[in-house]
Design a protein around this ligand. Structure first.
Ligand code: PMP
Length: 419
């Protein structure tokens, strides 16, 4: 036989060797919890289908016209005519996919264009495109930090950062969310001569709070650590050139690696890392999540390149995004909602709720009134919180922002979340 096993060499009764174990039984708790939620008559918040998408801010969900306030489409680039034209042209000229890894046949003209656009956008000498932002973190962290070295991360880091640590073989050290003192203390306990990477995020996506990067980078440098900052939720609108929180805090030249994604402000899919390190290109030779997966389709990288180039001069859009975010933050606060941040620090406004029941009730009321926001729950959220996460788009009109506030006021009162 192909396996080289003969029937007579198999045990006559498998059950006598070991009892059968259903590996799927470990999900029974999750299945029961979800079923209980469904039995209470609510819509499944994690199974929403966009039946039609009309613009960066409007879709049809369950047959109803709905304002989108839960996408990461911060700069509203998904329907930009130049971006769409670039994607269509690449689709016509290069076909639908690459059928291969970047290392082999999967590097097309527009992968190079996207990397060139990133180098120009960030003003760096190096840029490497990955297939997603998740894979950029997975790849960069697991490849940069090796055996006997240390990766030091914020406790509220994104799952892709945690998974990058798990994929690697370095020692993992966590510090308290946004605590400069705790970072300093933990770095101080590590061997002086060991390699260290401190991983930070410009904006933390659950609460929309911003890292004190300036102080943290100073502490990291004091202890001889290199720094990687994930700027997924700040690209396009933070800092004079929209490079992120690290640019806004004057840290260009101090952050060694910046990770980002095409799935938010860029408006497509993909991930990247940019750096000025003279040996940065070596990552391509050693990074498994770069090597052992197919590269992005040509249409995707062509849209990314076009979008990134337009974001370089999108100053007016950026101003509109901040206006919208401030109006929404102030409006929700005035209505009496508990928010993730005291002030409007980013384009994410998190509405904090008491429990899952309250979160789902208000979420569903909003949806039935034509407003989509994200529900977030543990383990994605910090400290076991349930929240509704609003992410604002530059293309929301003032009338839409007012409609959002009216819908929140009605749903908040109907569910007893506010008085
Ligand atoms: N980093 C952060 C901080 C994120 O929030 C996300 C996605 N939500 C990612 C990385 C992963 O990006 P992508 O969607 O491109 O995989």
């Amino acid at each position: 036989t192909e396996t080289g096993l003969q029937a007579e060499t198999l045990p006559p009764l498998a059950a006598t060797v070991a009892p059968e174990r259903d590996l799927m039984s470990k999900f029974d708790g999750l299945i029961a919890e979800r079923q209980a939620l469904m039995d209470s008559g609510v819509i499944d918040p994690f199974a929403i289908v966009m039946e039609e998408v009309r613009s960066p801010t409007e879709a049809v969900i369950k047959g109803r016209e709905t304002i989108l306030l839960g996408t990461y489409n911060y700069m509203g680039m998904t329907f930009d005519p130049d971006v769409i034209a670039a994607g269509k042209a690449a689709l016509d000229r290069f076909g639908s996919g690459t059928n291969g890894s970047r290392m082999l046949n999967g590097t097309f003209r527009d992968h190079m264009e996207a990397e060139a656009a990133l180098r120009d956008f960030y003003g760096t000498t190096g840029a490497i495109v990955f297939s997603t932002g998740y894979m950029a973190n997975l790849g960069m962290i697991s490849t940069l930090v090796g055996k006997g070295e240390y990766v030091i991360l914020d406790a509220d880091s994104h799952a892709s950062i945690y998974d990058g640590c798990k994929q690697g073989v370095a020692e993992i050290v966590r510090f308290r969310h946004n605590s400069v003192e705790d970072l300093d203390r933990r770095l101080g306990r590590l061997p002086k001569d060991a390699g260290k990477l401190v991983v930070l995020e410009g904006v933390y996506s659950m609460l929309g709070d911003v890292a004190p990067l300036k102080e943290m980078v100073a502490v990291a440098k004091k202890h001889g650590a290199m720094v990687l900052s994930d700027e997924a939720h700040s690209m396009g609108f933070y800092g004079p050139n929209g490079r992120g929180v690290y640019e806004a805090q004057g840290l260009e030249g101090d952050v060694d690696f910046v990770v980002g994604t095409f799935s938010k402000s860029v408006g497509t899919v993909g991930g990247f890392c940019v750096s000025n390190h003279p040996k940065f290109e070596a990552i391509r030779l050693a990074c498994r999540p770069y090597i052992f997966t197919a590269s992005l389709p040509p249409s995707v990288v062509a849209t990314a390149a076009a979008s990134i180039r337009k974001l370089m001069t999108a100053h007016e859009k950026r101003a509109r995004l901040w206006d919208n975010a401030r109006t929404l933050h102030a409006g929700l606060k005035a209505l009496g909602f508990k928010l993730g941040t005291e002030t409007c620090d980013s384009a994410i406004v998190a509405v904090i709720l008491e429990d899952q029941e309250q979160a789902v009730a208000i979420w569903q009321t909003l949806l039935e009134n034509g407003l989509y926001v994200n529900v977030a729950r543990p383990p994605a959220t910090p400290a076991g919180t349930f929240l509704l996460r609003c992410s604002i788009c530059a293309e929301h009109s003032p009338a839409q922002i007012q409609a959002v506030l009216d819908k929140f006021a009605a749903a908040g009162r109907a569910t007893g979340t506010i008085d």
